[in-house]
Design a protein around this ligand. Structure first.
Ligand code: COA
Length: 163
């Protein structure tokens, strides 16, 4: 049986402890997980290659995440699913608002690619309030980051605080 690959797409601007928790749980369900960092889209704090480097540094600290890879993408998610022969896309859901958004994404993706599947993982309650934009705001004001982002991301935010 071929390895079952899942894709975990997002902006990861920056990657948070919430994202990392979803990844830790996803790798137990699949043989491999590739984090797909959207190169374009929202106005980014960091260029995509820096966001990738921060995620790779975060993964390196955890042997259990050795079957996770990181890549960037520019186009449609369904094209990545097709080309990489992924069996599913993983997304985290923190609240009802996320679910409504995710329902729309899944519906359109399913229209674009027959057989497209999304696996939604509920965020752990203690991590459900975290978002990348709130992390950027805390960092901008020099607040503590240890409970919000992996250590390599915190170091990058301290070294280069958002303006
Ligand atoms: N923990 C912490 N934060 C989480 C989270 C979790 N488990 N799950 C979601 N978030 C947050 C993110 O931090 C981000 O916060 P922010 O808005 O404050 O920055 C927010 O939820 C959602 O961002 P993201 O995960 O980047 O998702 P998105 O809704 O912007 O979608 C793509 C990103 C890449 C999946 C989507 O735009 C896409 O597929 N683009 C490719 C083009 C395409 O195919 N378009 C058609 C799709 S129908």
């Amino acid at each position: 049986m071929p390895d079952r690959l899942a894709l975990y797409p997002g902006s990861f601007d920056p990657c948070t402890l919430g994202h990392l928790d979803i990844l830790r749980r996803a790798i137990r369900l699949f043989d491999e997980v590739t984090i797909l960092v959207a190169a374009h889209g929202k106005a980014g704090l960091w260029p995509a290659d820096q966001r990738v480097a921060m995620i790779e540094a975060s993964l390196a600290a955890e042997p259990d995440l050795a079957r996770c890879r990181v890549a960037t993408f520019n186009g449609l998610l369904v094209d990545e699913v097709r080309e990489r022969e992924a069996v599913a896309v993983v997304r985290g859901i923190r609240c009802a608002g996320d679910y409504e958004h995710e329902w729309g994404l899944h519906g359109v993706n399913r229209t674009l690619l027959a057989g497209f599947e999304t696996v939604w993982l509920p965020a752990r309650p203690e991590l459900a309030a975290i978002s990348s934009s709130l992390v950027r705001d805390v960092a901008r004001h020099g607040g503590p980051l240890a409970e919000l982002v992996p250590a390599p991301v915190a170091a990058a935010l301290v070294a280069e605080p958002p303006r």
